[in-house]
Design a protein around this ligand. Structure first.
Ligand SMILES: Nc1ncnc2c1ncn2[C@@H]1O[C@H](COP(=O)(O)OP(=O)(O)OP(=O)(O)O)[C@@H](O)[C@H]1O
Ligand SMILES: [Mg+2]
Ligand SMILES: [Zn+2]
Length: 511
């Protein structure tokens, strides 16, 4: 008898339906398993064999053939243990399902003693399973909460093979996982707040503009000036995540195996800060079974690159295209695969190797050539993608000791939200969500200037010798400053402030 048990597979974030077909016939005792990569086959066979015996069932005598269809897609190994095992038991008439298995799928690695071990990617699978009309999804217990985020599909979490068998043979009933409470919020950043940063009015304003328009930001300052402190608080002033954003980001964490069981849905914007020794692959994603990289784990959140000049050239190069596109494409033998990566980039650096170039009181000990070489490590195209450049001076003693109440993240976020609403309306249906993503062809339509603003922009260009590439960014940033101001026209003060965020070009980068 040939049995069929349904399952599901993932390629990146895309799921496809899988079927385990088993056949047992008389003959020599062999176990053929096709449709898995060679390396995974042996291990899977061994686990399934032991799990069957140790769960109290008879291991089929004779010739066993199991096919995981579609056979032309190379599947990740361990998560098909459960459907393979069930297909075998049914084919060998060890068990007789009392429920229809047509609209059920099964996933899970089995241990030798018949326990179910969690797998990666259950959220993306559950979403796709539901779209494919699947009603019941059997997963290892640890994955149940994650699956329950999806409405309209029963998620059954089981600890052992026996529990699953007992359910499908009608002896005992597994309880579907309780519906996920969509209103529960994790409080990842509850302990961080903008009000902890004393003084630094200019830097904070720049962060607010970055948050409001989705702009990437470069912070330059001496050691201890508070660059890291500021960067870590950017997620606290970004708009709260929408449910859809939460789902998108959680899928990536789930596939990467980085989801914490206690918070099955990511509701706080991610903050990723890879060390400068990070490899291109760890940053962009990759591997035999391509895993999302840091830039995708930062999707809908913040990627912080501390000590930017220390990052390898190739690493910075890897980021260029994804930064532009908001998604990263990874090429594999099996085909290309895409992960989203829309994040706000915050880069921080010292102004020179010793860290004190331009410091109000300390003396820089670096030679001019050393300073130039250090700054030169950041390529023009990289600088191009950082809309706002801001110098973070050391906080003065007066501000640090001041008891004056600083603005809280919540207060800043309220302004950010208002500016975002304006952008959402303006760009509805255009495929972009914020000013930072304005395409060159859109600038004339959406960045209209008053005559005075126009005049200042022109004279600044002539006077400061601004590059053409600085032009677009000044306009986009000015657009955001005007939005924070509630003004549809970009006026003189908006342009003036935007130009200031380019002044470091000349001080540090001579461009
Ligand atoms: N404006 C400020 N208000 C309150 N505390 C501050 C401020 N600036 C700096 N500090 C204190 O100084 C510490 C060092 O700041 P931070 O680590 O952010 O500096 P940094 O600019 O990232 O330095 P480095 O270049 O060494 O990485 C902070 O943890 C904080 O305790
Ligand atoms: Mg730091
Ligand atoms: Zn120096």
């Amino acid at each position: 008898m040939v049995s069929k048990v349904r399952s599901i597979g993932l390629f990146g974030l895309d799921a496809y339906m899988v079927e385990a077909e088993a056949d047992v016939c008389s003959g020599h005792s062999v176990f053929d398993l096709v449709g898995l990569p060679d390396s995974a086959v042996k291990e899977s066979r061994d686990r399934v064999r032991s799990a069957i015996k140790n769960s109290g069932y008879k291991y089929p005598a004779g010739r066993i053939t199991v096919n995981l269809a579609p056979a032309d897609v190379k599947k990740e190994g361990s998560m098909y243990d459960l459907p393979v095992l069930l297909a075998l038991l049914i084919a060998y008439k060890q068990i007789e399902p009392k429920i229809s298995l047509e609209d059920s799928i099964f996933i899970g690695e089995v241990s030798l003693d018949g326990k179910l071990r969690p797998v990666n990617g259950v959220l993306a699978m559950a979403i796709s399973a539901k779209e494919n009309g699947v009603k019941n999804f059997f997963v290892p217990k640890e994955n149940a909460a994650e699956g329950s985020v999806v409405e309209g599909i029963n998620i059954y979490g089981a600890e052992t093979v026996e529990e699953v068998v007992s359910h499908i043979t009608g002896f005992t009933q597994l309880e579907p996982a309780p519906e996920f409470d969509r209103l529960s919020k994790s409080s990842d950043f509850a302990f961080l707040d903008f009000s902890e940063v004393k003084g630094q009015a200019a830097a904070k304003k720049a962060m607010e503009i970055a948050a409001a328009g989705g702009h990437n930001l470069l912070l330059i300052g001496s050691p201890g000036a508070g660059k890291s402190m500021l960067a870590k608080r950017l997620p606290t002033i970004l708009p709260e995540m929408t449910f859809d954003e939460s789902i998108e980001t959680t899928k990536i964490y789930s596939v990467a195996g980085e989801l914490e069981p206690e918070s099955p849905l990511i509701t706080g914007r991610p903050f990723r800060s890879p060390h400068h020794t990070v490899s291109s692959r760890a940053l962009a994603g990759g591997g035999t079974i391509p895993r999302p990289g840091e830039i995708s784990l930062a999707h809908n959140g913040v990627l912080f690159l501390d000590e930017l000049p220390e990052f390898g050239r190739d690493v910075m190069e890897t980021m260029r295209q994804p930064l532009e596109d908001g998604r990263v494409t990874i090429s594999r033998v099996a085909g290309t695969l895409t992960y989203p990566c829309e994040f706000t980039l915050v880069a921080a650096m010292n102004p020179c190797p010793c860290g004190f170039f331009g410091h109000p009181t300390r003396k820089c000990t670096c030679s001019e050539a050393a300073v130039r070489k250090y700054l030169g490590r950041i390529s023009g195209p990289m600088l191009d993608r950082l809309d706002l450049h801001i110098e973070v001076p050391p906080v003065d003693y007066g501000s640090l000791k001041s008891t004056q109440k600083e603005e809280t993240s919540e207060e800043v976020r309220a302004r950010v939200n208002r500016a975002r609403e304006i952008q959402n309306k303006r760009y509805a249906g255009l495929g972009i969500t914020c000013n930072a993503r304005l395409r060159p062809g859109m600038l004339t339509e959406f960045c209209k200037l008053t005559p005075e603003a126009e005049g200042l922009l022109k004279s600044s260009f002539d006077r400061l010798g601004l590059s053409a590439r600085a032009y677009d960014r000044i306009l986009k940033v000015a657009r955001t400053i005007a939005d924070l101001d509630g003004s549809e026209l970009i006026g003189l003060p908006h342009i003036a402030q935007a130009i200031q965020f380019r002044s470091l070009d000349r001080k540090f980068f001579a461009g």
